[in-house]
Design a protein around this ligand. Structure first.
Ligand code: MTE
Length: 329
């Protein structure tokens, strides 16, 4: 069940979606229908001026293609950036297990089997466990969070997720005192994920966080977006979302979470260690060796400056106090 929950931690209340914005789809559609005619006209404009916020597309009742976009300009993050349309979020994806073509992931992942699905929590914990996906949805109250997602490729979106703090699952597993890191792994199934037949990368996709990063209240396991279950292209049925780090840290379709005392080597660290580090914190002052990270293209809006820690510095900068962020990139 989806609930609104005060976490008691330093998440600005505007990052937890205001109740009136996250309605059932039926209600959402009613809201859309009530939008003034001028807004609908705006949604039909071929190329809106970049100063206007992007419109929000409402899902249709069948769960198939989203309905015509309706301008709901109040659906913003705490910086006032409008959430991207459902259409954009589900049709412009990075998911190398299927293809490197962002605009074909949805089509190629359409038949990906996400049920039954189990997530194993293992390693340096006193209470290891195997969770069916429905257990995760039932045992941990699902919250709504509007987060910015900043890809290392210098594009970004604003996404309304549903999920729960990873800390809750880790606490249930009772990490041992020697555990320092969390290692995440995506499903390995080359028959379903043709990209895994390529030897270019070390499959399965693997990511890692320091334990304190994993326990941070902004770090969530997402099971849905826009009020519905995740679609395969976005990492169904469960993925990590770490909003202050480059998007590649937010690993999709997780099957294993392991507590360890060894810093995990991610797929990207193994593929190009001089380009992708363990931390991957969004940092406009540290460029990628092949391009600048000072700005980004917010999909549907245009180019804008990139913010330190993707705009979450107040909440997370203390995690890196005293560290050289150029060396620990
Ligand atoms: N997880 C897996 N398993 N495989 C991937 O290729 N791509 C990452 C991340 N998680 C990726 C992944 C990258 S580079 C980004 S930017 C985000 O997913 C994109 O998430 P989205 O497609 O839901 O926007």
């Amino acid at each position: 069940m989806l609930i609104k929950k005060r976490t008691g931690i330093e998440i600005p209340s505007s990052q937890i979606t205001p109740e009136h914005l996250y309605l059932s789809r039926r209600h959402f559609m009613k809201g859309a229908a009530a939008i003034a005619a001028g807004a609908l006209l705006a949604a039909c404009r071929p190329d809106p001026p970049t100063t206007l916020p992007p419109t929000v597309a409402a899902s249709d009742e069948t769960g198939a293609a989203p309905a015509t976009a309706a301008a709901i300009s109040v659906a913003t993050d705490e910086l006032g950036r409008a959430v991207n349309s459902f259409e954009s979020i589900t049709n412009y994806n990075n998911y190398y297990e299927f293809t490197v073509d962002k605009q074909r992931v949805a089509e190629l992942a359409a038949d990906f089997q996400t049920s039954p699905w189990r997530v194993v929590v293992t390693g340096m914990v006193d209470k290891p466990g195997i969770y069916e996906i429905d257990d995760l949805r039932r045992k941990f109250d699902q919250e709504e969070r509007i987060y910015r997602l900043r890809c290392v490729e210098a594009w970004s979106m604003v996404i309304p997720w549903q999920g729960f703090p990873l800390a809750q699952l880790l606490q249930a597993a009772q990490p041992q005192s020697a555990a320092k890191y969390v290692r995440f792994q995506t499903l390995y199934d080359p028959e379903q994920m043709p990209g895994q037949k390529s030897s270019r990368y070390e499959w399965p996709y693997t990511e890692g966080l320091r334990l304190d990063e994993a326990m941070h209240p902004l770090t969530i396991l997402a099971t849905g977006l826009y009020g519905r279950d995740l679609l395969p292209q976005n990492g169904a049925p469960v993925r990590l979302v770490v909003p202050w780090k480059y998007g590649f840290k937010s690993i999709k379709s997780i099957v294993q979470i392991e507590l360890t005392d060894v810093m995990p080597t991610s797929l990207w660290m193994a593929a190009a260690p001089h380009e992708y580090g363990f931390y991957a914190n969004v940092n406009p002052e540290v460029d990628h060796p092949r391009w600048s990270q000072a700005s980004e293209r917010l999909i549907g809006v245009g180019r804008q400056e990139t913010l330190m820690f993707n705009g979450y510095a107040d909440q997370v900068a203390a995690l890196y106090a005293g560290m050289d962020l150029r060396r620990n990139f």
